[in-house]
Each structure stands twice: as structure tokens, then as C-alpha cells.
Design a protein around this ligand. Structure first.
Ligand SMILES: [Zn+2]
Length: 270
């Protein structure tokens, strides 16, 4: 394992800038593991980081760096919806899972790593303090308006018997309210969708000038809390993908050239 500080000089070291994470590096790819989520959930997880030169690692490189190369990657055809998938390895199935159209998924099989792809949208990871079950969702503004994370909490209960009060949530790197400007079309959807709980929209409206800013992370933290996840177990990465283009792809700033960040989560090995 290389120390990312080697050769890069102390200035701008990602180690220093991401104190809540530990970094893993292998074969030129870097990933970040959230220390507190790892300790509280027991799940194995990581977020891929851009490497030197701004290149985003591919999924297989990220899996190796995350030390999840022994897991089958469970990839989704993400559609900004609220469909969810239960992932398990069927007898006779190859090492590569098929890719259902969905924006969230769960598993409790340690041989499966759930994968979410994003570039500004919010990846949400769930771990269970009472079982090995894990969940992952992709929440952009559409998925947030559809409460995809609330549906994920429900599915953790249905698929794996998880009590929401025993879940730990990690809201990963995503475009922050510092940078996420939306128009009235999106803002009006959020006003209608969350009429009594608009803390994240008040923040948006402070931007003024007809443009507003949306707090995707705040909205999803609210949804998780309303679904029964204790507020003390809803962990925010605090990382904005647009502010930290040195580490993360940002679709808003780079378009299709941005590449993708991979969020990975797998149950603890038993
Ligand atoms: Zn920002």
C-alpha cells in the first residue's frame, strides 16, 4: 500500500484534506474510506478518487484499491427513479451480476459489492449495526423528490429485517449547497414535495437573483431521519464534488468528460 503523501509534497495532500477518511491506493487508483461509518456499520466501503492528472479510476481499479476484488460488483442501470433491487448470487450465475434498472439496492451476501455511479448526484450508503445487510442508493434531485432513500430504508426492513433505528447512513461526496444552483422548475417541485420541511430550500432561496441553491444532502438526511434512522447515525461526508474537482468528477462543471465516482459497499466478512 503506497502512502499517497509520497512524492506529492505536503501541500495539497488529500490525506490532510480528508481527515475523516483513510485513503487506500493500489495499481494507481485511490479510494477513500470513511473512518466513522466503517467503525459504526462494520461494512466494507469506499469512494473512488481521481488520480494524478485528474483521471477517474475504472470500476475494476476502484474495487482493487478498495480491497473488494473478491466481491462480485452489483452495478445498476441508474435511471433517476426510485426502483430498488435485492442483490444475491443465484446458483449457476457467473461472477458478473446482471444490471437491473434501479437506483438503489440491498444485499447481505459478503460476496457482493453494491456499486453506485455518480458525478454530482448523492450516493447514500446504509449499514446495519445488527446484521451484515447493506444498502446503497443514487439520489439526484429526481431521486430525492421521489424519496428513494426512504424506499431504501423500507427495503432494508423487508429484505433483511433491519430496524431503521439500528441503521447507520453515510451521505457521500455530492454537489453541495455551495454550488448546486437550480431553477424555479426544480425548486417548485421541492416546495410541493416537502411543504412542511424546507430547511434545505430556505438555504436555496437565500442565493437570490432568481437562481436558487439546493441542499441535496440536507434533503436526504431529512428523509432518512423521517424514516427512522437516528440523527446521530446519519453521517455527512461534507465533501462537495464541484468544490473538490481535484478529487471527484463533477458533471455540472465537466459534462460527459467528468467520468464517474464509484461508491462501493459490501457486508463485513464473517
Ligand atoms: Zn461546492
Amino acid at each position: 500500500m503506497n502512502d499517497p503523501r509520497d512524492g506529492a509534497g505536503a501541500r495539497g495532500s488529500t490525506v490532510d484534506l480528508l481527515p475523516e477518511f483513510r485513503l487506500l491506493e493500489a495499481a494507481g487508483a485511490r479510494v477513500a474510506v470513511h473512518r466513522r461509518f466503517e467503525a459504526e456499520s462494520g461494512a466494507r466501503h469506499a469512494f473512488s478518487l481521481k488520480g494524478p492528472g485528474g483521471r477517474s479510476p475504472g470500476l475494476d481499479e476502484a474495487r482493487v484499491a478498495a480491497q473488494l476484488e473478491d466481491c462480485d460488483p452489483a452495478v445498476l442501470k441508474q435511471a433517476h427513479g426510485d426502483a430498488l433491487a435485492l442483490r444475491r448470487r443465484e446458483p449457476g450465475e457467473g461472477s458478473r451480476q446482471t444490471s437491473p434498472t434501479a437506483d438503489g439496492q440491498t444485499t447481505r451476501e459478503a460476496a457482493i459489492a453494491l456499486v453506485i455511479q455518480s458525478a454530482d448526484c448523492l450516493p447514500v450508503l446504509l449499514g446495519d449495526t445488527c446484521s451484515a445487510a447493506v444498502g446503497a442508493a443514487h439520489a439526484g434531485w429526481r431521486g430525492t423528490a421521489l424519496s428513494v432513500v426512504s424506499r431504501l430504508v423500507e427495503r432494508m426492513a423487508i429484505d433483511h429485517g433491519c430496524d431503521p433505528a439500528r441503521l447507520v447512513a453515510l451521505l457521500g461526496p455530492a454537489i453541495g449547497p455551495c454550488c448546486y444552483e437550480v431553477g424555479e422548475d426544480v425548486a417548485s417541485i421541492f416546495r410541493r414535495r416537502f411543504p412542511a420541511h424546507q430547511g434545505f430550500l430556505r438555504m436555496a432561496e437565500e442565493a437570490g437573483g432568481g437562481r436558487m441553491r439546493l441542499d441535496l444532502t440536507g434533503a436526504n438526511a431529512f428523509l432518512l431521519s423521517r424514516s427512522g434512522v437516528p440523527e446521530g447515525r446519519i453521517i455527512r461526508s461534507g465533501l462537495c464534488t464541484a468544490c473538490r474537482m481535484d478529487l471527484f468528477p463533477s458533471y455540472r462543471l465537466q459534462g460527459r468528460e467528468a467520468g464517474r465516482m464509484y461508491s462501493l459497499i459490501a457486508p463485513a466478512r464473517r
